[in-house]
Design a binder for this molecule. Structure first.
Ligand code: UDP
Ligand code: MG
Length: 189
């Protein structure tokens, strides 16, 4: 199924001059960039991107708790409390420099881009993925420095996130409709 997803090179990816490399990985897979811009996001925008809801905080907090469990770290905090703290850290991280936001279209794009991006923690992300090839950051280092994991890119996790994020970051007239030269070869006989 042809679908759209949202992807963003985070400030660490931009500052490390990895934007071109990241875009190349998307394009060479046969996926089409249909919107692209560099912006310095403010906290209001980032606050809407990483929504302040219990479900989101719970799922993010559980990732830290799983990493604590593996390292034998004990805490009385709930996943929601941890998730809320990470959300605050993310506000500072994502507003710390320009990001490159994009909309990508293609077959099964939401899942395929997540595969290209790799695990949340670059330390455990597979080699060959963006996070696994260009970073070694981890839950442990993030915890130690009181900051989120710097993992170079964001990619929507599911259809609902993709729709919300595309309309949050782009106006309708910023999303283009064009045909890639290899589109017939990829999708037709
Ligand atoms: N994050 C973190 N620690 C965690 C979970 C998340 O630092 O325990 C940060 C990390 O930068 C991640 C972002 O919060 O990319 C959003 O978390 P999510 O679970 O949505 O991970 P993603 O979808 O980016 O892989
Ligand atoms: Mg996510």
């Amino acid at each position: 199924m042809i679908e759209k997803t949202f992807m963003m090179v985070k400030p660490d990816g931009v500052k490390r001059a990895l934007t071109g490399t990241i875009i190349q990985r998307v394009e060479q897979r046969g996926l089409k960039i249909i919107a692209l811009k560099m912006i310095l996001a403010d906290k209001e925008l980032v606050g809407k991107h990483y929504v302040d809801d219990a479900e989101w905080c719970d799922s993010v907090g559980k990732k830290t708790m799983d990493s604590w469990a593996k390292r034998g770290v004990k805490s009385d905090e709930t996943p929601i409390e941890i998730g809320k703290r990470i959300r605050q850290w993310l506000m500072d991280y994502i507003t710390s420099g320009p990001v490159v936001a994009m909309v990508i279209e293609g077959h099964d794009t939401i899942k395929q881009i997540r595969k290209l991006v790799g695990d949340t923690s670059p330390h455990s992300a597979a080699p060959g993925t963006i996070r696994g090839d260009f970073s070694i950051d981890s839950y442990a280092v993030g915890d130690q420095l009181n900051r989120p994991i710097k993992n170079l890119v964001h990619a929507s996790g599911n259809k609902k996130e993709a729709q919300n994020e595309i309309s949050l970051w782009f106006n309708k007239d910023e999303v283009q409709d064009y045909k890639r030269i290899d589109e017939d070869l990829i999708y037709r006989t």
